[in-house]
Design a protein around this ligand. Structure first.
Ligand SMILES: [Zn+2]
Length: 279
């Protein structure tokens, strides 16, 4: 009896030592991912917040400049392009003025490009300060609304959201592979990668609201009534109604929810800020 039991015992112990090894390995990966993530701490030169990012601001600017030509053909409408650049520069000067008051020099290099794209309603920013707006969105906006969209994109740059997301992506990848190793199977790693995506998405939404805040502040500082940001949300809502979802929306929270948030931000501004601002 004891004879026949032995092989089964051995099999079980080799199974449990395999599991132990996998857990040990997974633990090592988790530890390594977490340590390298926390070691990435950098103080944001503009906001003063400590962030986990992989790149320096200089590297962000270089990366942005390198990728800019691949973002699409610039608009042939010179007047429109000039108008976008002028509004963008007004927002940047307002930002710079505020930073100078606080003894900070702006390390980012902003440039505003109108893209010759009549179909996609979109605006986005590359790390470092390259900001883009499509003609399809531009044609639906007045000056103040353009300021709202560009101010929001400046917010993404200043908060270094893409760098943060890249660093988080590396962390999540580490954790996902650890889960794969620990579970020893495809299914658990698939579940883990799904969780990773959800976490990523949530960070994205937080980033959007943070950028809306910058948009509202920069608009007011540059002399545009931030109420126009609410109208931008209406434009986005409308363009999501007909046909496909615009890109600007797919990564952004629903405009209706953002409107409530933006309204709150405007209410929180000191009343004298809004005095004399034309909508
Ligand atoms: Zn955004």
């Amino acid at each position: 009896m004891s004879y026949s039991n032995q092989p089964r015992q051995r099999r079980r112990s080799s199974f449990s030592s395999g599991l132990k090894l996998r857990l040990l390995l997974a633990g090592g990966i988790v530890l390594f991912s977490l340590i390298s993530f926390w070691n990435k701490g950098q103080t944001n030169p503009v906001t003063g917040k400590v962030q986990r990012v992989d790149m320096t601001v200089k590297e962000e600017i270089m990366m942005g400049l390198q990728s800019a030509p691949q973002m699409g053909t610039p608009s042939r409408d010179r007047d429109a392009q000039n108008r976008v650049a002028r509004i963008g520069e007004q927002l940047v000067s307002a930002l710079n003025m505020d930073l100078t008051h606080r003894g900070i020099s702006n390390p980012f290099r902003f440039e505003f490009t109108l893209l010759n794209d009549q179909r996609t309603v979109n605006a986005f920013a590359l790390p470092g300060g390259q900001v883009f707006l499509t003609e399809a969105l531009y044609r639906q906006l007045g000056d103040s609304q353009v300021a709202g969209v560009l101010g929001h994109e400046i917010g993404h740059v200043v908060e270094r959201h893409s760098s943060e997301r890249m660093a988080k992506g590396n962390l999540i990848q580490g954790l996902v592979s650890a889960a794969g190793v620990a579970g020893g199977g495809y299914d658990s790693s698939r579940i883990a990668s799904y969780v990773g995506n959800v976490v990523n998405m949530k960070y994205g939404r937080q980033d959007e609201l943070e950028s809306d805040k910058w948009g509202v502040l920069l608009m007011a500082m540059a002399g545009y009534h931030p109420g126009a940001m609410m109208e931008v949300m209406d434009v986005l809502e409308k363009s999501s109604g007909g046909g496909g979802t615009p890109e600007f929306m797919s990564s952004h929270p629903r405009p209706a929810n953002r409107k409530v948030y933006i309204e709150g931000l405007i209410k929180d501004l000191p009343p004298n800020v809004l005095q004399g601002l034309q909508r």
